[in-house]
Design a protein around this ligand. Structure first.
Ligand code: ZN
Length: 187
């Protein structure tokens, strides 16, 4: 078991489209185990592989972490086949420590994916699970929750994030991080 290093915005790893997983080997099994451990330790309810620097289509979720792992789920190559209705939710992200924003999402989704044993999963999700799957699936396409905001809301939330990062990141990378944040915020 290992706690994996998280990737923080504005790292370019978070902007890449991830590749399909074609074989389920020991490396994937180890990654799945380490991603679950990392998600629980970081108090998250979802984690996508690019958030731990792996650009492959794998997400880990548990929207009821207080249930001791009963709702733990891993989705490999997930696809949203259909959706109904709309909803909004105040979302956060382990790659954006310190900020949240209200994001518009689909309400009910039909998901097709594979589990870690290679079996096909085909199910409907609503509520927090639906929102969480949409958030994590976006990560696999290089999209983060701030990209779902209006340009004005994105600018405001990235400005707040930039301030938090400036207070917490104090090394030679700081100027680069600041420049990217300012560019993304349209400042
Ligand atoms: Zn996220």
């Amino acid at each position: 078991m290992a706690r994996l290093q998280l990737v923080f915005y504005p790292d370019v790893i978070l902007k890449k489209r991830c590749a399909d997983i074609t074989t389920l080997d020991q490396e994937i099994a180890d990654l799945v185990r380490d991603m679950s451990e990392t998600m629980y330790l970081e108090n998250g309810i979802g984690l996508a592989a690019p958030q731990v620097a792996r650009n492959i289509r794998l997400v880990t979720l548990d929207v009821e972490p207080q249930e001791g792992g009963k709702s733990l789920m891993h989705l490999i190559n997930p696809v949203i086949a259909d959706h109904h209705g709309k909803t909004t939710y105040e979302e956060g992200c382990l790659s954006f420590p310190g900020i949240t924003a209200e994001v518009k999402r689909k309400n009910k989704i039909h998901v097709v994916a594979f589990d870690v044993d290679g079996n096909e999963l085909d199910f409907e999700a609503d509520g927090l699970l639906s929102i969480c799957i949409q958030h994590e699936l976006d990560h696999l396409n290089g999209v983060t929750f701030v990209d779902r905001l209006t340009p004005l809301a994105k600018k405001m939330v990235l400005r707040e994030y930039g301030q938090i990062r400036r207070e917490t990141v104090e090394d030679e990378q700081d100027d680069i991080v600041r420049a990217i944040l300012e560019r993304d915020a349209g400042a």
